[in-house]
Write a protein that binds this ligand. Structure first.
Ligand SMILES: [Zn+2]
Length: 520
């Protein structure tokens, strides 16, 4: 591996991935301050992993001997091969190994490629999969109390997601650490997964500049009255900072900082640079990780939409395979960014077929119920997305039945509807007897209670969904479960409904599930 040491000036001057409407002359990463500066002082950049700009497009040395004429693949078990996958009974206690001291991963059952597993986390926390993780941006799921998310029978969420970027800005992760970590800060004794802050590179791209050293953000919360504007407005997030923040937060699962490129970017070189950089940044993340016995660090597969043999996804996978002994779990990143569904499922499929069967697989940023049902059929275990909670606040309830499976409760058609959102649902809204008419008026008046009730319902819906999926896998009838879900959503155009989208048919065929669409 390249070990040439480089000065800070070289690093900062090496490359700018500045959006074309910005100049790089204001690159003052070294002076970056604000919520991210404290940690920058504590851990120096691991310069041994820094590549000079002329090597950005060079295959990393550890991949030189990989045979890219065939698919990159870990040791695979049934149904991928004839080798039976070792299964563990559900009540088997966790045993933590010295290799992965913060994760004990049990696969209990498979049904086709779908899996039912448990992630045993430190402190006895358990996450059954398939699982959906609601997003609690700043240590709270908007509009709900911790008690509701935890103890409401319908919700009963085993794990939530926190955003490192937002927590680093407000209230600052040093404060969270001093308050005993995020679990204690929010009185939450279940699982927490934190992202790296990397996703904001895509979502806030106009505010971010990516270099080999890290990502420099402009502070979106910058106040006009702040006197020292030049000194406060930019913040550098390096892999070392991301991990220090996540160590401060104390999440059970941390995500590596990756170089994310919007999936619809039309720049092959940019994807190649980002893929190789993601590997180097992973090494820096592991080098900075100070609590390996308490917190897991997951790697994120990047590589754009390039799923061909020897393509960028394969190169990223091969890079992780070379580092597999360190990595307790994997995420599939760089999707849900506007790519076609055809491209989307192919990346998911490829990653699931390559990644090891004895480690969790987490598909980032995906939260449409249909996507969960299909991607679990391909072998994904974990999901997160702001969609169910965000759409709830806009008055959209998730419901079973005809696609898109939503109910827009602000619409006038509900102003005299005496039914609850979903019969039999035990969320705060449905169990509490709040009729669609009542929710309609609360939403129209922007009553905060409406946001709470709608959020409770949508999270409950997602949890019913994943619990139903898990049960179906354990009973080895996941194919039947998928058929029933798809037939409910897509009755077919001749019956006044929608036809099953081609990508769903293709993905499920690849997963070995026959939709039996010709059967009446
Ligand atoms: Zn409900």
């Amino acid at each position: 591996m390249e070990t040439r040491k480089r000065s800070r000036e070289e690093i900062e001057g090496a490359e700018t991935e500045t959006p074309s409407n910005e100049t790089s002359s204001d690159n003052d990463g070294g002076k970056a301050k604000g919520g991210l500066s404290e940690s920058s002082k504590q851990i120096p950049t691991a310069t041994e992993f820094i590549a000079p700009s002329e090597q950005f497009l060079t295959l990393p040395p550890e991949l030189k001997d990989v045979d890219f004429s065939k698919r990159v693949e870990w040791r695979k078990f049934a149904p991928y091969t004839d080798d039976p996958l070792p299964l563990t009974p559900i009540d088997q206690p966790a045993v933590f190994s010295s290799q992965y001291p913060a994760l004990c991963f049990h696969v209990h059952a498979t049904s086709g490629r779908a899996r039912a597993t448990t992630l045993h986390l430190p402190s006895g926390r358990k996450v059954p999969t398939p699982i959906f993780m609601p997003v609690g941006t700043k240590g709270t799921i908007k509009a709900l109390t911790t008690e509701e998310i935890c103890n409401d029978k319908a919700l009963n969420c085993p794990i939530i997601l926190g955003n490192t970027y937002h927590l680093a800005l407000q209230p600052g992760t040093e404060l969270v650490r001093d308050m005993g970590g995020l679990h204690k800060f929010m009185q939450w004794d279940r699982g927490i997964l934190t992202d790296s802050g990397g996703f904001q590179m895509v979502s806030l791209l106009k505010l971010a500049e990516i270099t080999e050293e890290g990502v420099t953000f402009e502070n979106p919360f910058l106040q006009q009255e702040d006197k020292d504007v030049n000194d406060r407005e930019r913040m550098l997030l390096r892999p070392e900072d991301s991990i220090t923040h996540q160590n401060n937060i104390g999440s059970d699962i941390m995500m590596a900082l990756d170089d994310v490129v919007s999936s619809v970017t039309d720049n092959d070189e940019r994807f190649e640079i980002a893929t190789y950089r993601t590997l180097r940044w992973l090494d820096r993340c592991f080098a900075a990780h100070s609590k390996p016995k308490e917190q897991n660090l997951f790697a994120i597969v990047q590589g754009g939409l390039d799923t061909k043999v020897g393509g960028l996804r394969e190169k990223c996978l091969a890079g992780f395979q070379a580092r597999d002994e360190q990595i307790p779990g994997y995420a599939i990143g760089g999707l849900a960014g506007g790519e076609s569904k055809e491209q989307f499922w192919k990346v998911v499929n490829q990653c699931c077929k390559s990644l090891p069967d004895d480690k969790p697989r987490y598909l980032m940023g995906v939260g449409y119920p249909l996507d969960l049902v299909v991607c679990s059929a391909l072998g994904v275990d974990m999901y997160d997305c702001v969609y169910p909670t965000r759409t709830a606040r806009f008055g959209v309830a998730l419901v079973p039945g005809e696609a898109p499976g939503t109910m827009r409760l602000k619409n006038n058609e509900f102003s005299n509807d005496h039914r609850v959102i979903m019969e039999g649902c035990e969320c705060q809204a449905c169990k509490g007897g709040y009729t669609r008419a009542r929710l309609n008026i609360l939403l129209k008046r922007n009553n905060p209670l409406a946001a709470a009730l709608m959020t409770s319902h949508n999270i409950a819906y997602m949890m019913y969904l994943v619990r139903g999926m898990r049960k179906a896998v354990i009973e080895d009838r996941y194919g039947e479960y998928v058929r029933s879900f798809i037939h409910d959503q897509f009755r077919g155009s001749e019956k006044g409904g929608q036809d099953v989208p081609q990508w769903v048919k293709d993905a499920l065929e690849e997963a070995g599930i026959d939709l039996k669409l010709d059967t009446p």
